[in-house]
Design a protein around this ligand. Structure first.
Ligand code: NAP
Ligand code: FE
Length: 362
């Protein structure tokens, strides 16, 4: 089943082009963002100018940190109510976009930190507009929000139909201000979503064309963008790949590849996309026998093979600079095994598999 209830405006001046749709959402917005991304990208200026023309008031909640914590969501939901807002507009990378969705759900359903993951309590949401400033998560078109419990240091996602943004405004010019490292890591996150769209037990052949093209866009454009960060067409190609990755996981969910990355971020502060890249090869090897047809079709489309694809990945020189101890493996294995994404693995993944992948990281 294909279901994606998001109006997507992709391309130059997407924010300006959205005025008819934004105008319907209400008269006061909560603008959810992080400290720098909205300003540095130019997206905040565009939104403020549009709001001025449409007479929409807004309050800026710019407290979203990387890998948002539960308290950031409940505080944001309280601000939404105090400020009498009608809708939420998230600007930034996956962190502010996920926060914007969770704030909308928390405000609409009166959720607190203990009930944020309680899907049965979610009945409705306030409209969310999502403006990505990274080309990686595809969060602007997914029903997921990934949050971290600051006390337990557990990072985990949830998904609910009510969390889909109503509008996704994708303009690649907002990604010019990304650092080379964030450009790289976020593209690897998008690559990971695309591959997981093929790996997942919920894989949907209807969207393989998007997945195949998305992977090709990353192979063709990532290194050129790292060499020439101001190439708009190539930046747009990476943003399109990220969008396709989001469309894929909105249907298939992610797998072990994401579950294993969450504790690496929560414990070592590793960027999300990097964690995916660090485990991509061993997990592709683990899955390969069970998704051989899908991966062989992908490699045929790309006119490559697994070994050459791995060489390309190696050339990205992804490295964590951390030491994984046996204690870390023992402590985190139960959390990884119980993560909701594990239900989608094409093979059953054991504690030994987890240890082997973690010990491989350097
Ligand atoms: P992010 O955590 O949103 O941002 C990473 C860094 O990039 C921050 O330092 C941010 O700066 C900076 N940044 C973002 N856009 C910028 C721009 N245009 N110019 C300059 N700096 C910019 O990174 P992300 O990789 O996009 O998102 C990762 C989060 O999304 C993780 O929590 C991950 O679990 C989640 N995720 C969600 C989904 C989903 O479907 N919902 C899918 C995959 C991942 P400031 O913070 O200083 O502003
Ligand atoms: Fe991801």
């Amino acid at each position: 089943m294909f279901y994606l209830p998001v109006r997507i405006i992709f391309g130059a001046n997407a924010v300006r082009k959205s005025f008819v749709f934004i105008n319907r959402l209400g008269k006061r917005a909560l603008l959810v963002t992080s400290k720098h991304a909205a300003k540095a990208s130019g997206a905040l200026d565009d939104v403020q100018n549009l709001f001025a023309d449409l007479n929409i008031d807004y309050y800026i909640y710019d407290q979203v940190e990387e890998n948002p914590v539960l308290e950031t969501i409940t505080t944001g939901a309280a601000v939404f109510g105090e400020q009498n807002c009608d809708f939420v507009i998230g600007i930034g990378g996956g962190s502010p976009l996920d926060a914007a969705k969770a704030i909308s759900l928390a405000a609409a359903n009166h959720l607190d930190q203990s009930t944020l993951y309680d899907l049965a309590k979610i009945k409705k949401s306030f409209p969310v507009v999502a403006i990505p400033t990274t080309a990686g998560t595809g969060s602007e078109v997914t029903q997921y929000s990934v949050l971290t419990n600051a006390e337990t240091k557990v990072k985990a996602g949830f998904g609910h139909e009510c969390a889909f943004p109503v509008l996704a405004l994708d303009d690649a010019k907002y990604t010019f201000s990304l650092s080379p490292k964030t450009t790289l890591y976020t593209a690897v996150d998008a690559l990971s979503h695309l591959l997981e769209g093929l790996y997942s037990k919920q894989r949907l052949p209807m969207i393989y064309p998007l997945i195949f093209q998305g992977v090709k866009l990353i192979l063709d454009n990532l290194k050129p963008v790292l060499e020439n960060p101001n190439d708009l067409q190539k930046r747009e190609n990476l943003l399109l790949a990220s969008l396709y990755g989001g469309m894929a996981i909105a249907h298939t969910s992610t797998t072990f590849q994401h579950s294993i990355g969450y504790p690496l971020t929560a414990e070592f502060g590793l960027p999300h996309g990097l964690t995916n890249g660090l485990v991509l090869k061993p997990i592709m090897n683990l899955y390969y026998p069970s998704v051989k047809n899908e991966l062989d079709a992908l490699f045929a489309y790309l006119k490559t093979d697994k070994a050459s694809f791995f060489n390309w990945l190696d050339s990205l020189e992804l490295s964590a600079g951390i030491k994984i101890t046996p204690e870390f493996v023992a402590a985190k294995t139960p959390e990884i095994l119980s993560s909701r994404n594990m239900a989608n693995n094409p093979v059953s993944v054991t504690a030994e598999d987890i240890a082997a992948v973690l010990q491989n990281i350097n």
